[in-house]
Design a protein around this ligand. Structure first.
Ligand SMILES: CC(C)(COP(=O)(O)OP(=O)(O)OC[C@H]1O[C@@H](n2cnc3c(N)ncnc32)[C@H](O)[C@@H]1OP(=O)(O)O)[C@@H](O)C(=O)NCCC(=O)NCCS
Length: 184
């Protein structure tokens, strides 16, 4: 049977990383319809309330339950307001490698939230779960995502040619990684 990550809540300063729930549907829909998120993530277009309800109450949970990874809502630890999302996907349980992804809602950008959440998930994955590698792949044109990866302590490895897709078409991806040695 494929292993799974346990359902988890993580505190990161003023941020709480917790599972999505029905209370996030409205704000998640607004965030996922945002032009910058639509530019870099191949989400449904248009992103409907039903898409958001499916993600918050079913898909994000089934991706954990089937062993693919784990997806967190990033919320304000005091108000529980949705600020963004961070998650792990395509987990290789034998090779102990998983791939992180993130997005920040337009009303929460410019505060380094994605880097803080990425540092927290990296530590949780590599220390608590003893994984050997966390990857991040960003389109070559996605400079804020690349800067976020570096700020979170990941190392840039190189270019994966024609490896990704966004709504505008195929893209080259910059590959970043975090390994246990990077945390010493
Ligand atoms: C990537 C993303 C999550 C970062 O959000 P954030 O945590 O609020 O990040 P910030 O706005 O604080 O910016 C992080 C860094 O990128 C820099 N940055 C932001 N926009 C930039 C741009 N267009 N060009 C270059 N650098 C940029 C910021 O200056 C900051 O670096 P600094 O702290 O050294 O000044 C957000 O831009 C987003 O949601 N993008 C759409 C979804 C996405 O691209 N996800 C990643 C897919 S791989």
């Amino acid at each position: 049977m494929t292993p799974t990550f346990p359902e988890t809540r993580l505190l990161a300063g003023d941020l709480l990383l917790r599972p999505f729930s029905a209370i996030d549907i409205e704000e998640n829909q607004i965030a996922c319809a945002d032009p910058l998120i639509q530019q870099w993530l191949p989400l449904p277009q248009p992103y409907t309330r039903q898409d958001s309800a499916d993600w918050c109450t079913k898909i994000s949970h089934s991706l954990r339950e089937t062993g693919d990874g784990i997806h967190f809502a990033i919320v304000d630890a005091n108000t529980d307001r949705l600020l963004g999302t961070v998650g792990l996907k395509k987990t290789d349980w034998r090779g102990l490698v998983s791939e992180i992804g993130y997005a920040v809602a337009p009303w929460a950008r410019g505060r380094g939230i994605a880097a803080e959440a990425t540092r927290t998930i990296g530590h949780w994955l590599l220390v608590d779960h003893r994984f050997q590698r966390m990857e991040l792949k960003a389109a070559t044109g996605n400079l804020s995502s690349q800067r976020t990866a570096l700020k979170a302590g990941l190392q840039r490895e190189g270019i994966m040619r024609n490896a990704g897709f966004i709504h505008a078409g195929r893209v080259d991806l910059v590959l970043f990684s975090l390994t246990p040695d990077d945390l010493k």
